[in-house]
Design a protein. Structure first.
Length: 308
């Protein structure tokens, strides 16, 4: 599938971001049926066998509608990574989102079956490396993105990436409503990359308490820190206090990439993430209803802009 074919098949230029412990088959299928691309991390399935069963179900229910798998790039020889990549080669998802590591070797294998590869980047240096690795799209993690995030301003980041890159650009960071999707396109992005808003849907795997926080918390409740996961990431203040930690006095890290929280607590499982757009979330609708709303907001914003 080419990038142009991918664009033509979407109702809105949205890719529902893969969220650790939140995105599962139900969310991917609902997003695909609503005209978007749903994505999930392969490691959300506890074993390669479960990952295979998820792929079987998604393929059966979407019947050719595009979807994406998120592959955390690890070193060659990692058993789970190799098993997941082999399953990707077997099932041939049209889009694979690579994260963390160097994507070149995985991209070469995915390209052999005709798949597209989009890679997470948070800096211009990361973007240049991903381009050199031969990816098809760059996911720009800007300030305020949910989960692992960056610090770059989206206006500057998109413009500077576009100076050297004509492939696909996905903008991540605080996008929760239709006008922001249009704004992402105006900046030069091809797709809006939306996670937090879709975590607060009926089909997501997020716990009910997590979904309730996504509705009740605001921008002021989003904390960006390296101390919880070991890398810079956004977390909801209410999820930090619920496990007995003080957001203003988190323990110091023991070293790079080493979380500072007590060992019985886990980022994502016990302490939950949310991006800067969380303050615009007021309910927990089905995906189909949310997409209807986003489409109406997108059209209203476009018509309003044309009238000015």
């Amino acid at each position: 599938m080419t990038l142009e074919e991918l664009r033509r098949r979407l109702r809105l230029p949205i890719i529902v971001a893969p969220m650790f412990l939140v995105s599962g088959p139900e969310l991917v299928i609902a997003a695909g049926r609503a005209g978007l691309i749903g994505a999930f991390p392969s490691i959300n399935a506890r074993t390669p066998e479960e990952f295979e069963s998820w792929l079987v179900r998604i393929e059966r229910e979407l019947q050719g509608t595009p979807y994406a798998v998120n592959l955390i790039v690890r070193s060659a020889g990692d058993a789970r990574y190799e098993a997941d990549l082999a399953l990707i080669e077997r099932f041939k998802p049209p889009l694979v989102i690579t994260s963390v590591g160097q994507p070149q070797a995985a991209a070469e294998r995915i390209h052999r079956y005709g798949g597209l590869v989009f890679h997470d980047v948070a800096t211009m240096r990361h973007a240049t490396k991903a381009i050199e690795a031969g990816v098809d799209g760059l996911i720009l993690l800007t300030a305020g993105a949910g989960g692992h995030t960056g610090t770059a301003n989206p206006f500057a980041f998109v413009a500077q990436v576009r100076k050297q890159w004509q492939g696909a650009v996905l903008l991540a960071g605080g996008i929760s409503e239709g006008a922001s999707i249009l704004a992402a396109q105006a900046l030069g992005a091809d797709f809006a990359y939306m996670g937090t808003r879709f975590a607060a849907t009926r089909e997501s795997l997020a716990a009910p308490e997590y979904k309730a926080l996504l509705v009740s918390e605001t921008l002021a409740d989003v904390l960006t820190t390296e101390r919880i996961s070991g890398m810079s990431a956004t977390f909801l203040r209410g999820s930090i206090t619920r496990v007995g930690l003080d957001p203003k006095a988190l323990p110091e890290r023991l070293g790079p990439f080493k979380p500072a929280i007590p060992p019985h607590l886990k980022a994502w499982r016990d302490i939950w993430s949310g991006g800067h757009g969380v303050g615009l979330i007021e309910d927990i609708p089905p995906v189909a209803e949310l997409v209807e709303r986003l489409e109406a907001q997108y059209r209203d914003a476009r018509e309003s802009l044309l009238k000015r």
